[in-house]
Design a protein around this ligand. Structure first.
Ligand code: SAM
Length: 262
C-alpha cells in the first residue's frame, strides 16, 4: 500500500523484524525516547499501588515496564505480533542474545531519584521486572475485546505507547483501536498513552510501517469522547526523529471515571 501524501510504500507486518526494530529505536537514548520515558515515569508516580498493570502493544520492547514495578505487583504484556511476543518472552526468561536494555534501566532509576545506579542496581531492577511479568498475551486492538471478554475493565493501570497510532494509517481505525484498548482500563484506573504526532509512516531500516497521522487535538478529543477525566496531553517537538517519519511526539494520560460503564 502507498500513502497518498508521502508516496511511501508500507511493508507487510510479516516483514517486521523485532531485532531490527530494537536496534533502530533502542540502541541509544534519543530525545523522543527520553520524553516518553519521563512521561511514563512521572505518570506511574501519580498512580496508587495496583495489583496488576498492563503494557499493551509492547512490540519487542520491555523498557516501559521498568517503572511499573514501583506500583504494580504483577505486570501483563500484550502484543499483536508473535515474533515480538517471542522476543519479550526470551528477555523475561533471561535467554542470551536478547536486547540490552540496561541504559534505559539506568535512566529510569535516575529519573526515580537513584543517584549513580550501579550495575547491581540495574540488574536488580531488571530481575524484579522479570519476576513480575506473569503473562505475555496476544492482543489485537482491532477486536472489541482485545484480550477477550474476561479482561474488560480489568486493569487499573494501562500503558499503550506508540501502539494504536502506529498500527494503522487510518484515523477512523485509530479511533476504534483507542476505544477497544480503553475497554481494558478499569473504572477509576489510569491510562498512559503516547503517539508519534502527525506522521503517516515510521521506518525500520528500509521498511516503513503505517502511522495514523493524528494530532494532539485528535488525542484530546478522543479521550474526552471516551469519557475520561483528569486528562493531560503534552506535545513535544522531536526534530531528530524526522528521518524515522515523525517530528512530534504526543504524550497523554487520563483517568477513567469510577462510575464509567465497563
Ligand atoms: C511502533 S510499535 C510500538 C512498540 C512499543 N510500544 C514501543 O513503544 O516501542 C507498534 C506496535 O503496534 C503493533 N500492532 C500492529 N497491529 C496491531 C493491532 N491490530 N493491535 C495491536 N497492536 C498492533 C505492532 O505489532 C507493533 O508492536
Amino acid at each position: 500500500m502507498v500513502t497518498a501524501e508521502t508516496n511511501v510504500e508500507y511493508a507487510d507486518w510479516k516483514e517486521w523484524d523485532p531485532k531490527d526494530y530494537n536496534k533502530e529505536y533502542y540502541s541509544e537514548l534519543t530525545l523522543d525516547g527520553r520524553y516518553l520515558m519521563e512521561w511514563v515515569e512521572e505518570s506511574v508516580r501519580l498512580s496508587p499501588p495496583v495489583p496488576v498493570a498492563l503494557e499493551f502493544g509492547s512490540g519487542p520492547t520491555v523498557l516501559h515496564t521498568f517503572p511499573l514495578v514501583t506500583k504494580a505487583k504483577e505486570i501483563h504484556l500484550a502484543e499483536y505480533l508473535p515474533v515480538n511476543r517471542a522476543e519479550v518472552e526470551a528477555w523475561v526468561a533471561n535467554e542470551p542474545n536478547t536486547h540490552d536494555w540496561s541504559m534505559f534501566t539506568k535512566a529510569f532509576l535516575e529519573m526515580e531519584g537513584h543517584v549513580n545506579p550501579t550495575d547491581a542496581d540495574i540488574a536488580a531492577r531488571e530481575q524484579d521486572v522479570r519476576s513480575r511479568i506473569t503473562r505475555v498475551l496476544p492482543g489485537d486492538a482491532g477486536q472489541k475485546d482485545p484480550l477477550g471478554p474476561d479482561m474488560r475493565g480489568y486493569y487499573p493501570l494501562v500503558t499503550s505507547l506508540c501502539c494504536a497510532d502506529s498500527a494503522t494509517n487510518n484515523k477512523g481505525t485509530w479511533r476504534l483501536f483507542m476505544e477497544n484498548i480503553s475497554s481494558l482500563v478499569q473504572p477509576g484506573g489510569m491510562w498512559i498513552i503516547s503517539a508519534c504526532g502527525e506522521h503517516s509512516y515510521y521506518c525500520v531500516g528500509q521498511r516503513c510501517f503505517p502511522g495514523a497521522n493524528i494530532s494532539g487535538r485528535d488525542m484530546l478529543n478522543c479521550l474526552l469522547e471516551l469519557g475520561y477525566r483528569d486528562i493531560d496531553v503534552r506535545l513535544r517537538e522531536v526534530p531528530g526523529s524526522s528521518e524515522h517519519g515523525f517530528g512530534c511526539t504526543i504524550l497523554a494520560r487520563a483517568i477513567k471515571p469510577k462510575d464509567a460503564p465497563v
